[in-house]
Design a protein around this ligand. Sequence first.
Ligand SMILES: [Zn+2]
Length: 275
Amino acid sequence: MKAAKAVPVLMYHHVSPKPGLVTVAPATFRAHMETLVKDGYSAVSADDFLNFLLGRNGLPPKSVLITFDDGYLDNYVHAYPVLRELGLRATIFAVTGWIGDGPARNCAGEGGEPPLCLDHRACMTAIAEGRADEIMLRWSEIEAMEASGAIEIHSHTHTHTRWDKTISDPSARRDALAGDLARSRDTLRQRLGRETRHLCWPQGYFDDDYVTVAGKLGYEALYTTLKHVNTRQTPPYDIGRIVTKDRSDNWLSRRLSIYSSPLLGRLYTAMRGEK
Ligand SMILES: [Zn+2]
């Protein structure tokens, strides 16, 4: 039986009506997801993906892992309804300290006025000014998405701090990172009643120390912003991802076929001088 040799991991941030560097428009996101279905891809769970890397299970030949970073409200408003409608699943790496409490808001296209989703810069300002709840997910929304089976939540740390930029002493930096990662893991356990093995690095930064700290805390799959192909030879602490853009479904379709092939994926990343 045919099985996956390489699994592309897509990285999204925002899905909102104000496209930009890390934002795709809702219509683009729908086109991306419809293409993925049309091309015959299976959107796999994070655990199935990790077990593939660990050699514990096979996956269908065309498999993909869809991921979102940070945990913005627009993921719930604009991406979740599309994923649910198409029977796809995705992973959101949430900054657990930025997630708030309160009733679930409206999704787009499901009756009622959906909340306004700000652009990336305005989101950063809102977080800095202590107004994260206006633009980040709430636990009620996370629970609804997880219950639907379309979305699973994993860790993007508790505070999204770049400890390498804030603490110069290596030992103090390791302690701060460990505290941040443990808090995120514990918050997810308390809120969702389960463990997570998946962690995505803020702004893609990590080093050997970081990998050791994360491993000790039970994070087995570490998601980077490196662009290499993921095969069974890829260590789970070195997962590469494809940066998505507000570009056509054909663009995505080509990227998926390149990154589903170990050979094409390696040639492509070597050609672009990327790791
Ligand atoms: Zn982030």
